[in-house]
Design a protein around this ligand. Structure first.
Ligand SMILES: [Fe+2]
Length: 145
C-alpha cells in the first residue's frame, strides 16, 4: 500500500536528516569547514521535505508516524552510534542516499500502480534531491586529480 511505503520514506528521511545534522556537529579534520557547510546544506534540504512527506500520508487518510520508536521500527537508514572519521561520514551518507533512491523508486512504482500522479510527481522531486546530495558527496570523496 502506498501509505505504508510513504511511512517508511518519512522515517528514513527523518533518520537521514538526523545523521547528516549529527555529522555537521561532529565532523573533524583538515576539511572541517567545507564538510560542516556541505552537511548543513544537505540537512536543511532534507529537513524541509519532512513536513511534506507527512502531509502526503495524511492526504491518503492515514496517520503519520511521529515518534523515535516508530521511526526506528520503520527506517531503512542505520543509526550512527559512534563518531566516524570524516571520510567514513561521507561514505556512509553516500550509501544512505543510495538506499533512499532505491526506496523512493519502489515507492514511485507503488504510486504508479495506484495511479496517484500527484505523489509520483512529489517522489520525482525527492529522487532528484537525493541524487544531487549523493553526487556532491561522491565528488567530495574523490582524491585529487
Ligand atoms: Fe550548525
Amino acid at each position: 500500500m502506498l501509505s505504508d511505503k510513504l511511512k517508511i520514506v518519512l522515517a528514513s528521511t527523518f533518520s537521514l536528516y538526523l545523521k547528516t545534522h549529527n555529522f555537521h556537529w561532529n565532523v573533524e579534520g583538515p576539511y572541517f569547514s567545507q564538510l560542516h557547510e556541505l552537511f548543513k546544506t544537505q540537512y536543511d534540504e532534507i529537513h524541509s521535505s519532512i513536513d511534506d512527506i507527512a502531509e502526503k500520508i495524511r492526504m491518503l487518510d492515514t496517520y503519520a508516524p511521529g515518534s523515535y520508536e516508530r521511526f526506528q521500527e520503520l527506517s531503512i537508514i542505520p543509526s550512527e552510534l559512534k563518531i566516524p572519521t570524516s571520510s567514513n561520514m561521507i561514505l556512509r551518507l553516500i550509501a544512505d542516499h543510495e538506499k533512499m533512491i532505491d526506496l523512493l523508486n519502489e515507492t514511485f512504482n507503488v504510486a504508479e500502480q495506484e495511479k496517484n500522479q500527484a505523489i509520483m510527481d512529489f517522489l520525482s522531486g525527492r529522487l532528484d534531491a537525493h541524487a544531487k546530495h549523493r553526487w556532491m558527496l561522491v565528488a567530495t570523496s574523490k582524491t585529487g586529480r
